[in-house]
Design a binder for this molecule. Sequence first.
Ligand code: RI2
Length: 302
Amino acid sequence: MEIRGAGPIARAVAQGIKIEAETSAATSTDSFMEHLKEAARTLATARPTAVSAPNAVRFLYKRLTSQMKEGKELPELKELAIRSSQEFIEFSEEATKKIGEIGANRLRDGDLIMTHCHSSNVLSVLTTAHNQGKHFEVYCTETRPRLQGLIMAKKLRDVGVSTTIIVDCAARYFMEEFNHVIIGADAIAANGAVVNKIGTSEIALVAREARVRTMVAAETYKFHPGTMGGELIEIEERSPREVIHDTKEFSQINIRNPAFDITPPEYIDVIVTEMGIIPPQAAILILTEQYGWKISEKEPWE
Ligand code: RI2
């Protein structure tokens, strides 16, 4: 939890692979690939829900294995691993910028917007719209239990956006006043279901009831290839102490703390990606046509 947001997590993974490649003492291509595989396994599985982390590894390995098949030698592979990691980081930063530009086109003067948790992609949309001179107001939920919504609120305030904090359960109370709900994503399934911070699905449900549109801002590397073969996205369950600090006082009472939930595609209006705006039902096309993932492909760290 030192690194917040699924996009920044992916960039940290790429940075980790880059450092491993730079410092590897391997003397053959095989031992170099084995060394990277070990690092990839640790990095790709560090946060179970954010698919951006394993996707960063998949992205790098696709390049490495194709070059290896072409008979490239150790120095070239090392250089490729370092260069590809850097390119992924730049691609990721550029994607968030593009999402900001595309998403901002949907916002209008006078809009009242609700967001949940802290997302660098949602921040990019809102900051871009603000810098374009659009006047709007944002309501941020606190986002229990780790209060990441407060981080979002401070960042919005610091760029000059009019910002209000509400408790998570006030979403329905205010919903009819909003023009948009804008959220990020930790993972998107092949059917367009969106995994995001716990509480998102309730907000999307309430938004649908009030006929308020829900926009998801996410890079294409948040789409989960395993879901094409029926794999379920694992929801990270975190320490009870994040919910109740003094667990002794509540002894013999179970405390559950899922960090994310799943919003069905029917509750999502659009997904704003760096490639453009898509309906959630087009998620499968991103996986198959853009990335060329295949069902049950062997993972690079296996
Ligand atoms: P960006 C965050 O979770 C939130 O759920 C947020 O909506 C999502 O990641 C995407 O964030 P966490 O990984 O990639 O901080 O848009 O627990 O920054």
